[in-house]
Design a protein around this ligand. Structure first.
Ligand SMILES: Nc1nc2c(ncn2[C@@H]2O[C@H](COP(=O)(O)OP(=O)(O)OP(=O)(O)O)[C@@H](O)[C@H]2O)c(=O)[nH]1
Ligand SMILES: [Mg+2]
Length: 477
């Protein structure tokens, strides 16, 4: 599970600058997810081999009232979800009463909290930090977020303090061998009800101490002899508590669960229709490349017109997730829930499938024979072979010449054809087009004097042959 680092501090101290720097090395997976105000941003970062989630929060003073109070509360919630809090202050502005108020708040939290003095570029760090020792949060660390100075060392240091999650070896083994399913969706779409339905009466609990991995609950079980693990993001632990349990929505848990899963079930409340938040959840899952099953819940008790309206919405809005199977279910009554397993299994198989290079290359050759790639400045684009570059999601790498010039329409032709012929369903497929290293590229062939002489001789010889041929044909006439 990824450690979570939250950035907090009063306005303008450089939190977003630091956030951007930390997520820069990756495609910033900036999640615009349900429950997210404009003021919290989640991204993934990496130092060395270590991945982490970083949360940017809106600046707070600790003295907010009214609407501002609500916003501040949201920022502070990020603190609760984090493993590590970086409390940023401005080394140029010096100590500020707001800093003191926030420090006070953070001191009372039992969190690993680090005091970070930003904007120390071009000033004496010791002088800049002098003010802040008194905040009672330990020795400050100087950085310059906008220049990246001190940033990597800081992150490496704090990450190493996050204790490795203690996972029972036996449990980890069981989970590893199973199909990991995350059930996600915005609040109140019925995730907990669905999770319990999916577990069902006839499940075999294969591990008694289920759910020991920090916040999210991992429930390994067997169904018809197949091994699954449900990653529960809704925070429901025991069956009997279901009724009282208030679903606690957590973006961090959602991000972590999606990342850990093989197959993600996105639950949408059919009665509410397909909302923007559902769409951002879907595109987030698609960005991670996980397999996807879409479940439209609360399908029971909807009248014909309502159902038609939702169907129409789906056609319009969910086209971009067309690779995913869709299920109309009632988690409450259980209708349609069992059928989801067929799609989950299929999506998992397809995501994990291995294809040989010879098979993929043969398919590529067939496709090229059916429909040639276009010419580019007088030369035909050549596609030579294809190989598999990864799974979950499957990656198909097509090698050739001038692949940079392949038009989008031709790429789509290949992508659709591969997906169709390999019968891939339920998982996105990634395609890469690479121009092979041509060992002669960029090197002018410089001939040695002997080669030049030889070439001339050959040239003369060819001229002679041509002359003779012309003479012959004249004689014939
Ligand atoms: N000189 C210097 N300026 C910086 C540094 N980091 C950030 N800044 C500047 O400080 C200003 C505020 O930076 P932001 O990253 O937007 O601050 P923030 O904490 O996200 O602000 P809010 O979101 O409003 O709370 C910008 O003009 C940045 O360019 C730094 O290391 N050195
Ligand atoms: Mg900001």
């Amino acid at each position: 599970m990824l450690p979570v680092i939250a950035l907090v501090g009063r306005p303008n101290v450089g939190k977003s600058t630091l956030f951007n720097r930390l997520t820069k090395s990756r495609d910033a997976l900036v999640a615009d997810l349900p429950g997210l105000t404009r003021d919290r941003k989640y991204g993934e970062g990496r130092v060395g081999e270590k991945d982490y989630i970083v949360v940017d929060t809106g600046g707070i003073t600790g003295d907010e009232k009214g609407i501002d109070y609500e916003m501040a509360r949201q920022s502070l919630q990020a603190v609760d979800e984090a493993d590590i809090v970086l409390f940023l202050v401005d080394g140029r502005a010096g100590l500020n009463p707001d800093d003191e108020r926030l420090a006070d708040y953070l001191r009372r939290k039992e969190k690993e909290c680090f005091l970070v003095v930003n904007k120390t570029d071009g000033i004496d760090p010791d002088v800049a930090m002098g003010d802040f020792h008194g905040l009672g949060l330990g020795a400050p660390t100087p950085i310059a977020a906008s220049h990246g100075r001190g940033v990597t060392a800081l992150i490496e240091y704090v990450l190493q303090l996050v204790p490795d999650v203690e996972v029972d070896k036996a449990l980890a083994d069981v989970i590893d061998k199973s199909v990991k399913i995350a059930v996600v969706g915005r609040p109140n779409v019925g995730k907990s009800t669905l999770v319990n339905r999916m577990l069902g009466e006839d499940r075999v609990v294969v591990f008694d101490k289920a759910g020991t991995t920090r916040d999210s609950v991992y429930i390994p079980y067997e169904r018809d002899g197949d091994a699954y693990t449900l990653i529960d993001t809704a925070g429901i632990r025991r069956r009997k508590n279901i009724k009282e349990a208030v679903e606690k929505f957590s973006i961090v848990k959602t991000l972590q669960a999606v990342r850990d899963a093989n197959v993600v079930v996105v639950v949408i409340d059919a009665r509410e229709g397909v909302t923007d938040q559902d769409l951002s959840m879907l595109s987030f899952v698609m960005d991670t490349g996980r397999s996807l099953v879409i479940s439209l819940n609360k399908w029971d008790g909807m009248d014909y017109e309502q159902k038609e309206r939702v169907r129409e919405q789906i056609r319009r809005k969910l086209e971009f997730a067309g690779f995913a199977r869709m299920h109309f279910i009632s988690a409450l009554h259980g209708s349609g829930v069992g059928d989801m397993y067929g799609s989950i299994d299929e999506a998992y198989q397809c995501a994990m499938e291995k294809w040989s290079t010879s098979k993929l290359t043969r398919l590529l050759e067939d496709m090229v024979a059916d429909h040639q790639p276009p010419m580019v400045s007088g030369r035909r684009i050549k596609l030579r072979y294809a190989h598999q570059g990864g799974s979950n999601p499957p990656i198909i790498v097509v090698h050739g010449n001038q692949t940079d010039s392949l038009p989008g329409s031709y790429k789509r032709y290949l992508e659709n054809k591969f997906t169709q012929v390999l019968a891939i369903k339920g998982t996105p497929v990634r395609f890469e087009f690479r121009t092979g290293d041509n060992p002669f590229e960029g090197k002018r062939n410089v001939l040695t004097p002997r080669q030049v002489a030889k070439k001339e001789r050959q040239g003369r010889h060819i001229q002679d042959l041509k002359k003779q041929a012309r003479k012959k044909s004249r004689k014939k006439k």
